[in-house]
Design a protein around this ligand. Structure first.
Ligand code: MLT
Length: 242
């Protein structure tokens, strides 16, 4: 078994068609998607551009569709929900189709391309997504969204958390250098993720916008069982009975 970590989707250098991929954007897109799926949304459709999201919502039509996401971390004018996971309550999203566009996270999903299975991972569902990936392939790739095309510490720490769950379940694995780094960082920082992330770029940017509560929310580990799975461009809840 092998576990690779990519710092960004742009760093993927090999064919992932036989891999189970886990897309990670801890702050905040993959945490938001995990929350929305856990709280009963019907599906999430990731879209790169704001205009395309608005067009897609019009095509789908009806009040069951919500436009979601952010630019510069904030609600996009005319959209229903921003990228704060706290807005994605059961009341707000249950039964809804979410058309979502975020700066890095949804683009990482769209850039990852063909793979055997594609899941969304976060601290919230680290153990559940590790199990899902293991059930699909013995080649696992964790693709971090990063920030602006660059490595982001929050995503790397979450990759380490997912790797630690896989190793707990299966024993020692073949890790690429970035997987080893992610695991070592997670092992030394996991006692207090919030403090460990202080000073990191994306964390501080979100904090300066007033999103400290969102950050604390996104750093909770293994509090959700839902695993979002992306098939043909649509994200739904993984049916474990299937
Ligand atoms: C992103 O996709 O870039 C983010 O999740 C950013 C954010 O939450 O503001």
């Amino acid at each position: 078994m092998s576990i690779d970590v990519y710092a960004t989707a742009g760093a993927i250098e090999k064919d992932l068609r036989n891999h189970a991929c886990v897309i990670v954007d801890v702050l905040r897109a993959s945490s938001v998607i995990t929350t929305a799926i856990e709280h009963g949304c019907k599906s999430v459709i990731p879209v790169a551009e704001v205009e395309d999201a608005a067009m897609m919502a019009r095509q789908l039509g009806g009040e069951r569709v919500l436009l979601c996401g952010e630019r510069q971390g904030l609600l996009i004018p005319g959209f229903n929900l921003s990228n704060s996971p706290l807005e994605y309550t059961q009341e707000a999203v249950s039964g809804r189709v979410l058309v979502m566009s975020t700066t890095n996270g949804t683009r990482a999903i769209l850039r990852t391309g063909s793979c055997k299975a594609m899941f969304m991972g976060s601290f919230l569902n680290a153990k559940a997504v590790a199990e899902a990936a293991l059930s699909q392939s013995d080649s696992i790739a964790i693709v971090c969204a990063g920030t602006g095309g660059r490595y982001s510490l929050d995503d790397i720490l979450c990759s380490g958390a997912i790797i630690s769950r896989i190793i707990d379940m299966t024993g020692k694995q073949a890790l690429c250098d970035l997987s080893r780094t992610a695991l070592a960082l997670y092992d030394s920082y996991s006692e207090d993720l919030f403090t460990s992330l202080q000073g990191s770029q994306h964390f501080e940017r979100l904090r300066s916008l007033g999103f400290e509560e969102d950050i604390r929310y996104c750093l909770q580990e293994d509090v959700m069982q839902a695993v979002p799975v992306c098939v043909n461009g649509v994200i739904r809840k993984l049916d474990r009975g299937a």
